[in-house]
Design a protein around this ligand. Structure first.
Ligand SMILES: [Zn+2]
Length: 254
């Protein structure tokens, strides 16, 4: 029963995250309620705005002009409830402070994932509050990762990325990690602490490298690193302990 409630809440949240994904890069208000089709400007009727279901019924097209609705509307409405359900199951089906903490991270994470993917930016409006929220959670009783680990994680992630960006710029004259990535890794550190940050950086770099090779990415074109960092961090939140255990068992250390 609770799973169904989380699923519905997640889908509705996801619907709101989509508004953020399409409006924050355009610096539009996310509170102003009426959505309209970006092509024909027709106001979207409430019954065309039901999460997940409307996208399928309309076959991903505007009901009036037939122009394609971006796939992120469907993906985020589906991914949000799925990730929240996995989180809830991983927290022994407890609605705890830790559940609340990672719900916030996953929410911001999904919005940052798609904005960076489409626009190659990570807005300060999202990364800076996330750093502050992570730090606040680390001081609360019943939290999972204390302020010491979180402080070291955020600071070392920040310095590592700053140093890498500086070194890359000095040696090749090109930009690698942007300021947005540097603030994002600090936010990840503030939520996941030292070990989570280390896991995220290794995971993100490895997957990004594989994708770069598979896509035969042109080095001159921009490449968003944020989605990989977010994927790494969410993987750590949902399955980090299991993955590390498997890895150690593989080498007979554990
Ligand atoms: Zn339209």
């Amino acid at each position: 029963m609770f799973y169904l409630i989380i699923f519905i809440f997640g889908a509705v949240f996801g619907s709101f995250f989509n508004v953020c994904i399409s409006r924050i890069p355009k610096k539009e208000s996310i509170v102003f309620p009426n959505s309209s089709c970006p092509n024909c400007k027709t106001k979207i009727k409430p019954y065309h705005n039901i999460p997940i279901i409307s996208y399928i019924l309309l076959k991903g097209k505007c009901a009036y002009c037939g122009s394609k609705i971006d796939i992120h509307y469907f993906l985020v409405e589906l991914l949000t409830p799925v990730l929240l359900i996995l989180l809830y199951a991983g927290q022994n089906e407890q609605i705890s402070l830790v559940f609340f903490k990672y719900t916030i991270f996953i929410s911001f994470g999904l919005i940052i994932f798609f904005i960076d993917l489409y626009h190659y930016i990570i807005p300060d409006k999202l990364s800076l509050p996330l750093i502050v929220l992570g730090l606040i959670f680390s001081f609360l009783p019943n939290t999972d990762i204390g302020w010491m680990s979180v402080g070291i994680g955020a600071l070392s992630g920040f310095l590592l990325f700053l140093f890498t960006a500086f070194l890359f710029q000095k040696t090749t004259g090109k930009d690698s990690l942007g300021g947005g990535d540097i603030k994002l890794i600090a936010a990840i550190g503030a939520f996941l602490g030292v070990w989570g940050t280390l896991f995220t950086v290794l995971f993100a770099s490895l997957i990004a490298l594989v994708i770069l090779i598979i896509l035969r990415h042109d080095n001159k074109k921009p490449f968003p690193f944020g989605p990989f960092l977010i994927s790494g961090a969410i993987t750590y939140i949902l399955a980090g302990n299991t993955l590390i255990e498997l890895y150690l068992r593989l080498y007979n250390i554990y």
